[in-house]
Design a binder for this molecule. Structure first.
Ligand code: AMP
Ligand code: GLY
Length: 424
C-alpha cells in the first residue's frame, strides 16, 4: 500500500517511522515532511492548505491511504474534501474538528452534557468581558476561540491584563477568532489522554505529559511543547474511568447526534485535581511531542489500526503496548517561541549513531546537499525508552551533548515531577 502523510513536524516523523515498520506499507510520501522523514519516505514540498494541489499529488502518486497529522487542514475540511474525491483518508471531518477549532463549540458541548471543565463565559465584545470581571476571581484564563498555533491562551493575574488581551483578540490578533472565552483558572496536574475513535467505538491510545512552558520549572511563555513522557502515572485506573464516563462518552454521543461521528485520534487535555479530571481542551489529532513518546511504545501494526478505524472495525482490533517508559526532549532554535534564526547547520547530526532504545525525530529541519539545517523553532526531538525516567533522561542528555548544536537550547528538567516521585 502507498501511504501519504500530511505534515512536517516531529509527530509526522514518528508516524512515518511507525508506518514504515508495517508489512502493508510499500511506499510512503510525506507532504512535505522534513529531513528526518527522508529516511523512510519521499518528501513532496506542497502547501498543505492547497487542497486541490494536494489532491492532484495524491492521485498522481497513486496513494491508497492518507493520514493527516496537524490540526489546520483538518479544521479547514481536508478530510471532507478528500473523501468527496474518493480518497481513503484518516482523520475527523470539518464538523467534528470544531472540538479543537472552536473553543466555544467545545464549551457548549460541555455545558449541554455537564462535562467537568472550567467555568466559562463566551464573549463577543468588551462589554461582556467587563461584566464577567465584576463577579470573578483572579487569575482568569483568556482564550481566543479559534486556532492560534498554541499562542491563543493567556493566564491573567490582573483584571487590566484581561481587558488588554481581550481587546487584542477582538481587534483581530488571531484571524481565526472573533470571539473569546474567559475561564476560571484550574489548579492541579495536567495530563493528556489519547484515544483512537471510529463511528462505533474507541480504543485507548496512550497517556503522556507535555511541558508547554519554555523554561525550566515551568516558567516563561507557552510553546508548542518542550518535551514529554509516557505513560503519565497521574492517570490511574479510577481517573481513567471518570475520563471515559464523564468526558469522552458524552462528547462522542453529542457528535453522533449531529450525524458527524468522530473518526480519528482524539487528544483529551486534562487537569487532574483531587482525583477528578477536568477537560481543558480537545485536540483532534495526536499531540506533538506526545506522539513521539506514545508511538514508540505501540506494539500493534499502526497501518492495520488506522485501516480498521476507517472501516469502523476498531472493536475487533486489539492494541498492544509495551510497559517500557519513554521520554523526548525538544531541541529548539535559540529565541523560540519568540524570534529565532533559521538555516543553521546542525553539523554533528549525521555522525550520531543511536542505540536500539534511542531515536532522534526531526521537526524543523531540511536537508540540502547531504547536510541538515534548521528550518523552524522546534528542531529535533531526542527520544529514548527504558525502565526508569531518570535513566532515560540521562541517555537523552548524552545524545544532546553529542549533537552539541550551538544555535539550540532545551529544557534540562523534562519529567521533573515524575522523576521526583520515582525516586521517593
Ligand atoms: P489550551 O490551548 O486550552 O490547552 O491551553 C494551553 C495551556 O494553558 C494548557 O495546557 C494549560 O497549561 C493552560 N490552561 C488552559 N486553560 C486553563 C485553565 N482553565 N486553568 C489553568 N490552566 C489552563
Ligand atoms: N503538545 C501540545 C499539542 O500537541 O497540542
Amino acid at each position: 500500500m502507498n501511504i501519504g502523510i500530511i505534515g512536517s513536524g516531529g509527530r509526522e516523523h514518528a508516524i512515518c517511522k511507525k508506518i514504515f515498520e508495517s508489512k502493508s506499507t510499500e511506499k510512503i510520501i510525506c507532504f512535505p515532511g522534513n529531513a528526518g522523514t527522508l529516511e523512510f519516505a519521499t518528501n513532496i514540498n506542497v502547501d498543505i492548505l492547497n487542497f486541490k494541489k494536494l489532491l492532484n499529488l495524491i492521485k498522481s502518486n497513486k496513494i491508497d491511504l492518507v493520514i493527516v497529522g496537524p490540526e489546520e487542514p483538518l479544521v479547514k475540511g481536508l478530510v471532507d474534501f478528500l473523501k468527496k474525491n474518493k480518497i481513503k483518508v484518516f482523520g475527523p471531518n470539518r464538523y467534528a474538528s470544531q472540538l479543537e477549532g472552536s473553543k466555544a463549540f467545545m464549551k457548549k458541548i460541555c455545558e449541554r452534557y455537564s462535562i467537568p471543565t472550567a467555568k466559562f463565559k463566551i464573549c463577543s465584545n468588551k462589554h461582556q468581558v467587563i461584566k464577567f470581571l465584576k463577579n470573578s476571581k483572579l487569575p482568569i484564563v483568556v482564550k481566543a476561540d479559534g486556532l492560534a498555533a498554541g499562542k491563543g491562551v493567556t493566564i491573567c493575574r490582573k483584571k487590566d491584563q484581561v481587558i488588554k488581551v481581550s481587546t487584542q483578540i477582538f481587534n483581530g490578533k488571531f484571524k481565526s477568532s472573533k470571539k473569546l472565552i474567559l475561564e476560571e483558572f484550574l489548579e492541579g496536574e495536567e495530563a493528556s489522554y489519547f484515544l483512537i475513535v471510529d463511528n462505533n467505538t474507541y480504543k485507548f491510545f496512550g497517556t503522556a505529559q507535555d511541558h508547554k512552558r519554555v523554561r525550566e520549572k515551568d516558567k516563561g511563555p507557552n510553546t508548542g511543547g518542550m518535551g514529554a513522557y509516557s505513560p503519565a502515572p497521574v492517570i490511574n485506573k479510577s481517573i481513567e474511568k471518570k475520563i471515559i464516563n464523564r468526558i469522552v462518552r458524552p462528547t462522542l454521543k453529542a457528535l453522533k447526534k449531529t450525524n458527524n461521528p468522530f473518526n480519528g485520534f482524539l487528544y483529551v487535555g486534562l487537569m487532574i485535581k483531587n482525583g477528578n479530571p477536568f477537560l481543558i481542551e480537545y485536540n483532534i489529532r495526536m499531540g506533538d511531542p506526545e506522539c513521539q513518546v506514545i508511538l514508540p511504545r505501540l506494539r500493534t501494526d499502526l497501518v492495520k489500526i488506522i485501516e480498521n478505524s476507517i472501516l469502523n472495525k476498531l472493536s475487533k482490533t486489539k492494541i498492544k503496548w509495551t510497559k517500557d517508559k519513554s521520554m523526548t526532549v525538544v531541541l529548539c532554535s535559540k529565541g523560540y517561541p519568540g524570534n529565532y534564526k533559521k538555516n543553521k547547520l546542525i553539523k554533528n547530526i549525521n555522525k550520531i549513531n543511536v542505540s536500539k532504545n534511542e531515536y532522534i525525530y526531526h521537526a524543523g529541519t531540511k536537508a540540502e546537499n547531504g547536510k541538515i539545517y534548521s528550518s523552524g523553532g522546534r528542531v529535533l526531538n531526542i527520544t529514548a525508552f527504558g525502565k526508569k525516567f531518570l535513566t532515560i533522561r540521562n541517555k537523552i542528555e548524552k545524545l544532546i551533548k553529542r549533537i552539541n548544536w550551538k544555535h539550540g537550547f532545551y529544557r534540562k528538567d523534562i519529567g521533573w515531577k515524575v522523576i521526583n516521585n520515582e525516586n521517593n
